[in-house]
Design a protein around this ligand. Structure first.
Ligand SMILES: *Cc1c(COP(=O)(O)O)cnc(C)c1O
Length: 405
C-alpha cells in the first residue's frame, strides 16, 4: 500500500490567498467560488493552504463517496498508470472488461457504455433511447438536473442554466416531479424516454415517491417509452443502497452513472438493460471513454464500497444524522429531508450566508437551489465527525436569527 496520510503532500504556495489570486487571474469565470483553496484531503477531512481543517460534507459534489486519499484507489491508479493509461475502445482491455462485468453485476443491467462525466452519461442515455425507439420525445421533471451539454441541458429544468443557450434540443417536456397524472398526460406514442432522478439533487434534495417512480415505470411500459434513471448523484451507496432505484425495485431501461463511479477520477456510464436491442456500431463514442486508468480506479472504488459496506453505513448514519438535524429548533428551518447520506435542510431564506458561516466554523456543505443546505459527505464519515457537523449546523442556524419570524 502507498502512504495513507498525505506523506508526499507539498505545495509551492504559502497561503490560500496566493492561490486564489493566481487562479482568479486565469480561470474562465463560470464558477462562483468560495474564498478558500483546498490542497489536501483524508477520508472526510479537508485542509486549506493555510492549514485549516474542515469536515467535508461537499464530498466532491457527490464524486467523493469513498473518501479523500483513499489508499485502495490511489494504489490502483498508481499501478494502472505504470501499466497503461491510454487504450481507446478500438481495442479490448483487461480493466475495462472487468469493470463492465462488475457494473452489470451490481446494477442488474446488461451492457455498458463508458464515458467521462455525468452529462455525457445522460447525453448517451438520451441518444440511445432515440436510437432504440425511433422516437424523439423526452419527458423530464421540473427541478430535475441532468447536466449541461445540449441534450442533457434540455432535460435540466433550472432556467438560469438553460436561458442563455436557447434554442435547446426540441421535443423535451417537463412535468412536476412526483405528479403521476401529469406524467400520464405527457407520455405519448412519440415519447422516446422519461428521464428521472430517484432523489432530485441540485433541485433541492427532493426524494421521489415510491408510487410516482413505480408508476413512471408502468407508464413507460404502457407507451413503449424507455425509463432512463439518472443516478449520477444517488449512485454508489449515497442513499443507503448501492443504487437508489433499488429501494423501489425499479428496472430502468437505461441507467446513467457518474460522480462517484471512478473513485474521484472523471468517469461516467450509460447502462442498458437486457431487453434493449444491441446498438448499431459507430453511432456514438468517446476518445477517453473506458480508458484503463478510470476503469482501474472504478473497480477499486466499487470493491472498496462493497468491502466496507458503505451503503449500509450510509443508511444507518443517514437516518441518525437526519434525526439529529431535525432536533435543531430554529425559525430558519422549513424542513429536513433526504435519503441515506444525501440530506438537505430547506431554509426559509437564501442559504449562501449560512454555508459561508458553516465553512468559517470548519464544515463544508453545499447548496441545492437557493434555499437548501445540502450534505453529501464521503460515505466513510464517522458518527463522531457527523456529531461535530450537527453541532456546527445548530450553532449557525440558531445564532443570528433575528429578522426571521
Ligand atoms: C451532477 C449531475 C449530473 C451532471 O454530471 P457532470 O459530471 O457534472 O456532468 C447529471 N445528473 C445528475 C443527477 C447530477 O447530479
Amino acid at each position: 500500500m502507498l502512504a495513507t496520510d498525505n506523506l508526499i503532500f507539498q505545495t509551492t504556495f504559502s497561503s490560500s490567498e496566493e492561490i486564489r489570486v493566481k487562479e482568479s487571474a486565469f480561470t474562465s469565470g463560470v464558477y462562483s467560488k468560495r474564498n478558500v483553496a483546498i490542497v489536501r484531503g483524508q477520508g472526510a477531512r479537508l485542509w486549506d493552504a493555510d492549514g485549516k481543517e474542515y469536515i467535508d460534507c461537499v464530498g466532491g459534489q457527490g464524486a467523493g463517496n469513498i473518501g479523500h486519499a483513499n489508499p485502495a484507489v490511489a494504489e490502483a491508479i498508481y499501478k494502472q498508470a505504470m501499466t497503461i493509461i491510454s487504450c481507446p475502445e478500438m481495442f479490448y482491455n483487461d480493466q475495462r472488461a472487468l469493470l463492465e462485468e462488475k457494473l452489470c453485476g451490481i446494477t442488474g443491467m446488461a451492457r455498458v457504455f463508458l464515458c467521462n462525466s455525468g452529462t455525457e452519461a445522460v447525453e448517451a442515455g438520451i441518444k440511445f433511447a432515440k436510437l432504440l425507439t425511433g422516437r424523439t420525445g423526452i419527458v423530464a421533471a421540473m427541478r430535475g438536473f441532468h447536466g449541461r451539454t445540449y441534450g442533457a441541458l434540455s432535460a435540466t429544468w433550472e432556467k438560469k442554466y438553460r436561458a442563455p443557450f436557447e434554442p435547446l434540443v426540441p421535443n423535451y417536456s417537463h412535468i412536476p416531479y412526483n405528479d403521476l397524472d401529469a406524467l400520464k398526460q405527457a407520455v405519448t406514442d412519440q415519447t422516446a424516454a422519461v428521464i428521472l432522478e430517484v432523489v432530485q439533487g441540485e433541485g433541492g434534495v427532493n426524494p421521489g415517491k415510491a408510487d410516482f417512480l413505480k408508476g413512471a415505470q408502468d407508464i413507460c411500459h404502457q407507451n413503449g417509452a424507455l425509463l432512463i434513471i439518472d443516478e449520477v448523484q444517488t449512485g454508489f451507496g449515497r442513499t443507503g443502497k448501492m443504487f437508489a432505484h433499488q429501494h423501489y425495485g425499479l428496472q430502468p431501461d437505461i441507467l446513467c452513472l457518474a460522480k462517484s463511479i471512478g473513485g474521484g477520477i472523471p468517469m461516467g456510464a450509460a447502462l442498458l438493460s437486457a431487453n434493449m436491442k444491441e446498438l448499431p456500431s459507430a453511432v456514438h463514442g468517446s476518445t477517453f471513454g473506458g480508458n484503463p486508468l478510470a476503469c482501474a480506479a472504478s473497480l477499486a472504488a466499487i470493491n472498496f464500497i462493497e468491502e466496507n459496506q458503505l451503503p449500509e453505513h450510509a443508511a444507518e448514519l443517514g437516518d441518525w444524522f437526519k434525526d439529529q438535524l431535525a432536533t435543531i429548533q430554529s425559525p430558519l428551518i422549513r424542513e429536513v429531508r433526504g435519503k441515506g447520506l444525501m440530506v438537505g435542510i430547506e431554509l426559509k431564506q437564501k442559504v449562501t450566508p449560512y454555508l459561508q458561516k458553516l465553512m468559517e466554523n470548519g464544515v463544508m456543505a453545499l447548496p441545492a437551489g437557493l434555499t437548501v443546505m445540502r450534505f453529501l459527505p464521503p460515505l466513510v464519515i464517522t458518527q463522531s465527525e457527523l456529531e461535530i457537523v450537527v453541532a456546527k449546523v445548530r450553532e449557525v442556524l440558531t445564532s443570528n436569527t433575528e429578522g426571521c419570524e
